[in-house]
Write a new protein. Structure first.
Lengths: 124, 124
DNA sequence: TAAAACCATGGAGTAGAGTCAATGGTTTTA
DNA sequence: TAAAACCATTGACTCTACTCCATGGTTTTA
């Protein structure tokens, strides 16, 4: 799959895909036809990018993601404390969920208050 | 309350507090003693900053926060479509919660897998 | 087959959110 | 009362994560 197709499929810009590849989050092989220099992405890259998008939207950094994805593939990262790393990210995500939920509650409350005051005013 | 105390209370750096004030997220009055130029923050600023921290950690931008806080105080923002604004932010927060939850599930799964393989290896 | 659409690389530029340093006053404390 | 700790302002700097050229090949399409 070429970069344009992958971009259309994932909603990420071509530039972002090239950027992610440079950061080592995804990989491509050189084009099948050696007449051009186009990247060729395996099908499963789309799925991988969905995980990456989720993690980015949830606030994980690219470098954390690289650490994680590298480990998931090779199963090893030298003398790296993956356990501690995972614990930290898990805590971080739980924190994001909690703060997002609290903020969401406030916003929902605000919207309800507005709807309420509309109800009072409009009938006049 | 002076900036150092507020910083200690909220965990935000003095620089961050001054930055937030410049952005209009919080306000201070000039010091009671006119002998110095120190900021004096009302007690309730701490609570306000907790909301701000939550919202920031959840991914809301400073400018969104400013819009929101300004509206909450004045109750009006001219011909601004607060309803649409709220809907967008709410959708955004729901998205963050969903992606964070999915990512969290993956990480928890990964941790479980590691614990599992430890169980197999350690007894040897 | 020529224009339009796609792709590559390299490097510069941008936005957002702080963070740091220099300089110079004010308070607190040993 | 002098050192240590605190505060102010201004402006430069950093970091992350893209995003945008400019230039030049390759495919696709009308």
């Amino acid at each position: 799959m070429r970069i344009g197709a992958l971009s259309a499929l994932t909603g990420l810009s071509r530039d972002t895909l090239r950027f992610y590849e440079k950061q080592g989050l995804i990989r491509s092989r050189p084009s099948a036809e050696p007449s051009n220099t186009y990247r060729d992405y395996p099908e499963e890259t789309a799925e991988r990018l969905r995980m990456i998008s989720d993690a980015r939207d949830a606030g994980l950094s690219i470098s954390d993601l690289k650490t994680l994805l590298d480990w998931m593939e090779t199963g090893d990262l030298g003398a790296f404390d993956l356990d501690a790393f995972l614990d930290e990210r898990i805590t971080q995500l739980e924190h994001v969920i909690a703060t997002a939920q609290r903020t969401l509650d406030i916003l929902n409350g605000t919207r309800a208050a507005i709807t309420m005051s509309d109800q009072i005013h409009i009938p006049e």
